[in-house]
Ligand binder design. Structure first.
Ligand code: ATP
Length: 192
């Protein structure tokens, strides 16, 4: 079973493109969602997050995402320490999930891939790009958020110019119909 990493900056269109692959029958693992689930359910992870970031990390036993985001997006060391807790658990969970899937390949959708050398765990990588201003506008429409909050996330992601040379496929996601055609072409190449 091949593993295809699907990545791209905030608002580039990863989830939109993942759905296009899903419509072609490909199983999708959304790493950030699974990470959040594990942070809410795995008692050992919860304990270590509280040790690292304090009791406010959970409210009514639920992950206090706003609190955690405020800390880690302003403190790179804390972000690295949080990732060191969460990433190995997600990697293990992904392996178990992957072994239950059918098809030629699965897609792992993940916001941060090249930044953590995650391409080493992938057979192929797909990078989604779009102009920065389009991405910000898309996220402002989609989420209740601010430009500042979006920028604090962008600041933890690499620039597209750093990621493009490392990717096997690059989808420039502007026109959705064109994107769909690119998805189909990539699907044929990976499946063959
Ligand atoms: P995030 O990193 O924040 O999770 P993402 O990369 O997964 O974002 P999506 O959620 O797929 O991005 O897209 C962001 C928003 O932009 C969504 O509301 C989506 O419907 C919209 N969108 C995606 N692609 C396009 C496009 N080509 N043209 C216009 N809107 C788009």
């Amino acid at each position: 079973m091949k593993v295809v990493g699907l990545t791209g900056g905030i608002g580039s269109g990863k989830s939109t493109i993942a759905r296009m692959f899903q419509n072609l029958g490909v199983s999708i693992y959304v790493a950030d969602d699974e990470a959040k689930k594990l942070m809410n359910t795995d008692e050992s992870i919860k304990r270590r997050i509280i040790e690292l970031l304090g009791n406010d990390s959970y409210v009514d036993d639920q992950l206090n995402r706003t609190f955690i985001a405020t800390i880690v997006y302003n403190d790179k060391t804390k972000l690295d320490q949080l990732n060191a807790i969460v990433h190995p658990a997600v990697a293990h969970h992904f392996d178990v999930w992957k072994n239950k899937q059918k098809g030629d390949y699965v897609i792992k959708e993940v916001a941060i891939l090249f930044e953590n050398d995650g391409q080493k765990q992938c057979d192929f990588t797909i990078l989604v790009t779009a102009p920065l201003e389009d991405r910000i506008e898309r996220v402002l429409i989609r989420d209740q958020t601010t430009r500042d909050q979006i920028y604090s996330r962008i600041n933890n992601q690499w620039d597209d110019t750093q990621k493009i040379p490392l990717a096997d496929f690059v989808i420039h996601n502007i026109d959705l119909e064109e994107t769909e055609n690119q998805v189909y072409e990539i699907h044929k190449k990976i499946s063959s």
